[in-house]
Design a protein around this ligand. Structure first.
Ligand code: FES
Length: 135
C-alpha cells in the first residue's frame, strides 16, 4: 500500500484525500434510507448515494462507487460536508468546495468531485419528487 500512497501523493492527492480513499470513509449501504440514487457519469464510473433525511436535514449518508481514487475521496468528503446540513445548504456545494475540503486532488480528477455532487443532487431531487407525490 505504501507504493500506492506514494504514487497518489506524487499525482497531486492531498493526505486527507488519500486517507479517505484508503480507509473508505463513509463507504457502505444504508438499508433504511430515505433517498437513494445511482448515477453513471460521462467517464463511465458509477456512484450511488444513500441518505437518511429527517424532514429537511440530512442525518446520515453512505455511498458506494465503482470508480477511481478521486471518486472515493470525493464521496467521502461530500458526506462529511453534508451530515447535519439542510437539503438547501447541501445543494449549494459544488465540485470546487469538495476539492477545497479535501485539500487537493489532481486537476484531471475534478470531474470525479462533480460525479459525487451530481449523484447527491439526483438523490435529493428524487426524494423531493417522491415527497410531493405522497398524500
Ligand atoms: Fe470517473 Fe474518477 S475517473 S470518477
Amino acid at each position: 500500500m505504501g507504493e500506492v500512497i506514494d504514487l497518489l501523493k506524487q499525482s497531486g492527492y492531498s493526505d486527507k484525500a488519500i486517507e479517505y480513499y484508503v480507509n473508505k470513509v463513509n463507504v457502505g449501504e444504508m438499508k433504511d434510507h430515505d433517498a437513494h440514487f445511482a448515477y453513471t457519469g460521462p467517464c463511465g464510473d458509477t456512484m450511488e448515494f444513500f441518505l437518511k433525511i429527517d424532514s429537511t436535514v440530512i442525518k446520515d449518508a453512505k455511498f458506494q462507487a465503482i470508480g477511481c481514487a478521486g471518486a472515493f475521496a470525493s464521496g467521502s468528503a461530500l458526506i462529511e460536508m453534508i451530515r447535519g446540513e439542510t437539503l438547501e445548504q447541501t445543494e449549494k456545494i459544488d465540485e470546487n468546495d469538495i476539492v477545497n475540503y479535501l485539500g487537493g486532488i489532481p486537476e484531471p480528477k475534478i470531474h470525479c468531485a462533480r460525479l459525487a455532487k451530481t449523484t447527491l443532487g439526483l438523490a435529493i431531487k428524487e426524494y423531493r419528487q417522491r415527497r410531493m407525490q405522497e398524500p
